[in-house]
Design a protein around this ligand. Structure first.
Ligand SMILES: Cc1cc2nc3c(=O)[nH]c(=O)nc-3n(C[C@H](O)[C@H](O)[C@H](O)COP(=O)(O)OP(=O)(O)OC[C@H]3O[C@@H](n4cnc5c(N)ncnc54)[C@H](O)[C@@H]3O)c2cc1C
Length: 603
């Protein structure tokens, strides 16, 4: 007798994947005997791929190879002054003193040069390299130019408020955590500044509800602009911009505890963790089961206000109850106490205002998702800190259930530096398969490593990050392979490979070739930040792969925190920065030698 609504799909899917892996192996063997016929198509080569097998779908006959060494192609969209600027900026990022003191140096330059000259200087250097312009209008030409060279844009309004750690902490709300709150999910003043030690991503700081509405307005405008700019636009949002982070923290704790509880129940029934993933309760049976275990809790009583679905199950957490003003969110934040068998509220008291704030974050997200759907734009929800991420990821998944019925509109983000990344990806893919919606994911390595590690160390819980960089790489490729396999099988899921790592990009292309996935199917996207790794983005775009730059914009003075992070990331950036400088230098020398120094990109 099952306590969960389960559909026996997993074993069939596993068999399908196994079959296709065998197919790929046999394809590889066959392919090695076929002579490659090179066709000159810019930097794109095609070779005949004759291998087909009884297990596979009909595949394209072309294998695409992108040459990342051809600097002429890679920098076709840039004049020589732009190349020189990139070289100077990346070189400056190698000086520790400049990077460490970048904020102080920018302040000093502003004082010495005056506002106008400072802005001019920034536009000729860091701002010009990493930021597209001040507003929607001024970024237009750059977006058009990139598009002409095969590279799309994900608009990212990058203005950041300079709020202190204390102010950030105060925003976490008045409700004191109860005793049973896990250490990881406690708000800690020492880590109130969520921006500390983070180089690759921004953090929003909660100040009041008006500010959250402003952020939402900005996201709405970005969605409209993304829809206007192309037929297949993307827009990115951060959930912490839309409400009090305390709600995400509490919801994360609730979800983690429920997940443990479901795993426990599944285990008691001799089932694997995957059986627990739907998190739908059959309340009658749960009551029977817990009573047999000797627990005294009235589970039915807890859920009396909920309407069971046709299968007699209810969602522990569903989008409609989270949105509905009549349901108290604090009533949903209950966790099972394994010792007493009781369901207990996570927090005893929420003020009326806090209740409203929790509803509003979900309502704002729903509005954004609808807006994205109406404008034909796909909405990517960025991943943030691990103590907020279970809630961010789950709320995103709830939106996927609603909006991804026919195609992926909502994209979740998975951070592969996490030990649990593969479990998260495979469970969500499995869930999408069972429920019939389209999985959409952005895969990243993760931006909060130093902060995560020191928080875990200081507060005293397990470090959630992989032990080293090689582990993270392995994890990234494992998650990516899993999603690519899924795309190869059902052609329903979509993935964005958001990375500056050339090996990862090459790995993706290799696997796409093996699986017969062509770039024009628009299932696999690549993502990089503006001003970084053009030697990867532009060859990909010219080879026909859908590739997007995150395009930050905003007034000079207000994007300075973003620029500081770019400087830091380029210093810490594994192998990439050094290679980018070598290629830029090679192209400048080539232009000089061939008399093309005054080359102007035509578009
Ligand atoms: C388009 C785009 C969107 C992004 N969106 C998000 C987002 O939503 N959320 C988010 O968190 N980040 C996001 N990032 C940032 C991303 O997570 C990485 O921090 C950044 O891209 C660097 O990783 P890489 O794969 O490009 O390069 P690499 O240089 O190959 O990898 C560097 C990364 O490896 C990992 N790493 C380094 N050293 C170690 C170590 N010792 N142990 C374990 N892991 C290690 C870290 O994650 C580090 O950032 C995004 C990046 C891009 C390009």
């Amino acid at each position: 007798m099952s306590y969960f609504k389960t559909v026996p799909v997993f074993s069939r899917a596993a068999v399908e994947i196994l079959c296709r892996r065998l197919n790929v192996l046999s394809n590889r063997r066959l392919r090695s005997t076929v002579a490659s016929a090179r066709t000159d198509r810019g930097n794109v080569n095609t070779t005949e791929d004759v291998a087909q097998s009884q297990f596979s779908r009909p595949k394209s006959s072309c294998k695409i190879v992108v040459d990342f060494e051809q600097t002429q192609e890679a920098y076709k969209s840039k004049d020589s002054l732009e190349l020189l600027r990139s070289l100077v900026v990346f070189k400056l990022c190698t000086y520790d003193i400049l990077v460490d003191k970048n904020k102080e140096l920018m302040d000093l330059s502003k004082k010495l040069l005056g506002q106008k000259a400072f802005e001019q200087f920034m536009k000729m250097t860091f701002y010009g390299q990493f930021v597209a312009g001040e507003d929607h209008k001024s970024i237009g030409p750059l977006i058009q130019k990139n598009r002409a060279f095969g590279v799309g844009s994900v608009l990212d309004y990058s203005v950041e408020e300079d709020i202190s750690q204390a102010e950030e902490m105060d925003s976490w709300g008045s409700t004191a955590p109860k005793e049973n709150v896990g250490k990881k999910f406690e708000a800690h003043r020492q880590f109130g500044d969520r921006q500390g030690g983070v180089t690759s991503a921004r953090s929003y700081v909660y100040s009041d509800e008006g500010k959250c509405d402003q952020h939402m307005e900005t996201f709405l405008k970005c969605i409209e602009a993304s829809g206007g700019n192309s037929v297949d636009g993307f827009s990115a949002i951060k959930m912490t911009a839309l409400g009090r982070p305390q709600f995400l923290l509490q919801l994360s704790e609730t979800l983690v505890k429920w997940r443990r509880f479901f795993s426990f129940l599944a285990l008691r029934q001799g089932k694997g963790d995957l059986e627990a993933l739907e998190q739908r309760l059959d309340v009658e049976r749960l009551q029977e089961f817990m009573t047999r275990l000797g627990a005294r809790g009235d589970y039915k009583g807890w859920f009396d206000t909920e309407k069971p679905g046709s299968s007699g199950t209810i969602d522990v957490l569903d989008w409609n109850s989270l949105m509905d003003d009549r349901t108290k969110t604090s009533d949903l934040l209950v966790v099972p106490n394994m010792e007493t068998g009781q369901l207990e509220p996570l927090l005893s008291e929420f003020s009326e205002e806090e209740e409203k704030q929790m509803k509003r974050i979900v309502q704002r997200m729903d509005l954004l998702a609808k807006h994205a759907e109406d404008h034909g734009v796909r909405l990517m929800v960025d991943a943030e800190q691990t103590y907020l991420q279970p809630a961010i990821s789950r709320l995103t998944l709830e939106m996927q259930r609603i909006y991804n019925k026919d195609k992926p509109v909502i994209f979740n983000t998975y951070q592969c530096y996490l030990k649990e990344a593969y479990d998260n990806v495979s469970m969500d893919v499995e869930l999408s398969r069972r429920e019939g919606w389209c999985f959409g994911a952005k895969l990243v390595r993760g931006a909060y490593m130093y902060q995560e590690r020191s928080r875990a160390r200081e507060i005293g819980y397990d470090d959630p990050i992989n032990p080293d960089y090689d582990f993270t790489n392995l994890m990234y490729h494992r998650c990516l392979d899993y999603v690519l396999d899924e795309i190869g099988l059902h052609r329903k899921a979509n993935v964005m490979v958001a990375s500056h790592n050339e090996d990862t990009v090459k790995h993706t292309i290799r696997r796409m070739n093996e699986l017969g996935l062509t770039p024009t199917e628009n299932k696999v996207y690549f993502g990089q930040l503006l001003g970084m790794c053009d030697q990867i983005s532009f060859p990909l775009g010219q080879a026909g792969f859908p590739v997007y730059k995150y395009v930050p914009y905003g007034p000079v003075d207000e994007v300075i925190p973003y620029l500081s992070r770019r400087a830091q990331e380029n210093r810490g950036f594994m192998k990439g920065s050094q290679r980018e400088r070598e290629l830029l230098w090679r192209e400048l020398k080539r232009r000089l030698a061939s008399g093309e120094l005054f080359y102007t990109p035509a578009f």
